[in-house]
Ligand binder design. Structure first.
Ligand code: CS2
Length: 492
């Protein structure tokens, strides 16, 4: 089958939305670090919308800091790809042209650093996942013992981490005295801009105090809230879209129709007119971030661990179980809900209902395993912050503890049928060892895991109500299974 590319697009079927602007006019203005499916369905989608609506010349250079996979998918297609929005009403296909080139860091670090440092680049955006910030999730400090950071401090011209790349590019700009740029973190971390600024400044201070001062004065780090459910693309997706397009598209991305982007109004440079295409540019993102992280991502993580352990592959299957729906409803109303206040004019009850509808979207094959990844990096902001706030205000913590217990049951690495679980987490070994040392002893397991300060800080181990309730759930998971436990407590 012929591959999608600049010339083949003339043969596309009529129901594909095409770029309304001329791609030849685009100039690289944004470099994105971590061009996975999420970037292509979210930030690139908004820039595409600006180009379609008001023209302009904002082009994106995408980059991968690990493998060449996405570049190999995109470049033979002149970086074109199809975005497929799926809902129960059907599919909407849009051809996306805002990405104009893709680089692979490890193949040629200098090329990527130079691309980031060129004066036409005003914005660097990042989706490198929580662990990509190389910070200690409990404190937000740069982890100087992180192998990639140790490497990047010694080999600044051939970095491995996103932080190392940013430092190398900023250093070039500092040496050439190019005014700084706007660096937009688009990962699911609270105060993501501040987290990024802090780790970059801590790294820069290792180079020179003057350099770190220059970054402070010249670069801006808006905080953002990003939201769109984007499952990993599968071969079945590619086959299906190939039939519809009549062309092979290796780089296609599937997502839900819903999308939201809230950005703090803190730009050191020009930017695409994103506010004209639905992006909220606001003074303070924190309330939006908190609501999204605790209600959407917190629920996701609880469903991912409970669902995976109960034998469900997809989030929509978890949402077919009335006991899980009740669990999530109660979590949203009570434990996460009690910690949240909504920005003016924001209908939080409607938002919660909308989330449950989004989770139930059966046309999205969003794997519980995908969401279960990297729990050690996700739990602090998704569940543990609420837990601390609830403990402080003597609020309920039952389901927060259930979520932590389900995570511990999951990272033990063996499922309810005795089969191995492929646990993908930067701390997988340490977590597994804490569980293995306490086999058959759920209370011991909880104590050992919660003692890991990188995740739990040094306070939670002393919270007896938290330890007891989490142990109670874990005991029940081992004795009766997760689904039965949840049914017993939340079955209607
Ligand atoms: C998910 C998120 O994989 C995960 O951990 O919770 O990727 C989630 O789908 C997005 O944040 C939705 O905006």
């Amino acid at each position: 089958m012929k591959r999608l590319n600049n010339t083949a697009i003339h043969n596309l079927s009529a129901d594909v939305i095409l770029p309304k602007y001329s791609r030849e006019k685009l100039i690289p203005g944004i470099v994105h670090l971590g061009i996975g499916a999420f970037h292509r369905a979210h930030q690139a989608f908004y820039t595409e919308a600006v180009l379609n609506q008001s023209g302009g010349d904002w082009g994106i250079i995408g980059s991968s800091l690990r493998s060449a996979g996405v570049r190999d998918q995109l470049v033979p297609q002149n970086c074109l790809y199809t975005l497929v929005e799926r809902s129960s009403d059907g599919e909407k296909l849009q051809l996306m042209g805002a990405v104009i080139d893709t680089l692979v860091g490890p193949e040629n670090p200098t090329a990527l650093i130079e691309a980031m440092a060129q004066p036409s680049i005003k914005i660097i955006s990042l989706t490198v996942t929580e662990k990509g910030y190389c910070h200690d999730p409990a404190t937000g400090n740069l982890n100087l013992h992180h192998p990639d950071i140790e490497h990047d401090l010694q080999h600044p011209d051939t970095p491995k981490s996103a932080i190392g790349y940013l430092i190398a590019a900023l250093k070039k700009r500092y040496q050439l005295n190019h005014s700084g740029f706007t660096i937009i973190s688009c990962d699911n971390l609270p105060n993501n801009g501040e987290v990024l600024e802090k780790v970059l400044l801590q790294f820069a201070e290792k180079i020179s105090a003057d350099f770190s001062q220059w970054i402070k004065a010249n670069a801006s780090f808006p905080c953002t809230m990003v939201d769109r459910i984007v499952p990993a693309t599968t071969d079945d997706d590619r086959r299906e879209i190939e039939l519809r397009l009549g062309l092979r598209d290796e780089a296609m991305v599937v997502c839900e129709p819903f999308s939201q982007w809230v950005i703090e109004d803190k730009f050191a440079t020009d930017r695409p007119e994103w506010e004209k295409v639905g992006v909220l540019i606001v003074k303070d993102v924190r309330l939006f971030e908190k609501i999204k992280l605790r209600l959407l991502n917190g629920s996701h993580s609880i469903m991912a661990y409970c669902g995976y352990l109960s034998g469900f592959n997809y989030i929509s299957e978890v949402m077919e179980q009335p006991a899980f729906v009740k669990l999530i409803k109660t979590y949203m109303a009570r434990e996460a809900g009690e910690t949240l206040s909504a920005p003016n004019g924001f209908d939080i009850e409607a938002y919660k209902q909308q989330l449950r509808d989004r989770f139930s979207n059966k046309s999205l094959k969003h794997r519980t395993w995908q969401i279960a990844m990297d729990g050690s990096q996700k739990l602090p902001q998704r569940l543990l912050e609420s837990l601390r706030e609830q403990l402080n205000s003597h609020g309920q913590i039952d389901i927060l503890c259930l979520g932590v217990a389900a995570w511990i049951r999951y990272i033990s690495g063996v499922d309810e049928k005795g089969s191995p679980i492929e646990v993908s987490d930067p701390l997988a070994k340490e977590l597994r060892a804490a569980c293995d040392a306490n086999q058959g002893n759920p209370v011991g397991m909880v104590n050992a895991v919660v003692s890991i300060q990188k995740v739990f800080g040094d306070d939670l181990i002393n919270e007896s109500a938290f330890i007891e309730t989490t142990s109670k759930w874990l005991e029940s998971f081992y004795a009766k299974g997760v689904l039965n436990t949840v049914k017993e407590s939340f079955g209607s």
